[in-house]
Design a protein around this ligand. Sequence first.
Ligand SMILES: Nc1nc2c(ncn2[C@@H]2O[C@H](COP(=O)(O)OP(=O)(O)OP(=O)(O)O)[C@@H](O)[C@H]2O)c(=O)[nH]1
Length: 297
Amino acid sequence: MTEKCGLVAVIGAPNAGKSTLVNALVGQKVAITSAKAQTTRARLMGIALKDDVQIILADTPGIFAPRRRLDRAMVAAAWEGAQEADAILLVVDAVKQRRHELEPLLETLKGRSERKLLVLNKVDASAKEPLLALAEDLTGKAAFDEVFFVSALSGDGVPELKQRLADLMPEGPWHYPEEQVSDASERLLACEITREQLYQQLHDELPYDTAVRPESYTQRKDGSVEVRQQIVVARDSQKAIVLGKRGAKIRAIGEAARKELAEILGQKVHLFLHVKVEENWAEARDIYEEIGLDWVK
Ligand SMILES: Nc1nc2c(ncn2[C@@H]2O[C@H](COP(=O)(O)OP(=O)(O)OP(=O)(O)O)[C@@H](O)[C@H]2O)c(=O)[nH]1
């Protein structure tokens, strides 16, 4: 059998379901998802296998009008992920399309020569007829080669999309070993999992200006792993929120993150979280590298 291997860039407005789709294509959790926009910061890759084909998915942050430096770094990472891809997937939330964020994306896509696939997601929550009209409308705007209707959540339409992606990948040796599902280092993945818990457990109380920084990641002799992370916030008042009453919040966050990480790694995990106040962290260069982004001026 000839091996095939290719890169698929996954782009879309915030909250379109990109991470959920990457996880569904890979068949296990590699990117974090949440109901909050802009959950995905670093460019995580998922690696899906279909028979003799390795499909490398660049899971990009939602692309939107960047204002702050952090936002600009996210956008730069997103477009970097879209370069030299064998196919570009535009994921659109069929229910809430976020037109103001989608339109500039369609405009840019119009001029791209890669194969362009439109994925209308969340069909489980949408009526059929508007879907067809939407597909036609968007295809007219960016000349998509193909349209797929999927529910990343329920898995509807995902096998068909995966098969098609596999067919589109060029011949070539695999880039990653068979058992690898993500290129994010485990250290960074562990931070993403903690960040996901912060979003889930703090809801609207949590400002976007929060980062999780890896401090250390040590394999212990007894087969367990010791993970130390810093939760960076901008103000003392935010620190109090993250800690909760007598530290109850941070304990709950740490406990849930530890459990999830242990499950993903198949290893016992000791997780230590520290909260640190750093007023201008979003302007500090070193933290970008630590959370997997390039510094953008
Ligand atoms: N009903 C429904 N909800 C979905 C589907 N796919 C994703 N969602 C939900 O939509 C929300 C956003 O999903 P994500 O996968 O985090 O979206 P994203 O595009 O990666 O978001 P960013 O990280 O902000 O760029 C989550 O609450 C998902 O559970 C779907 O097929 N149907």
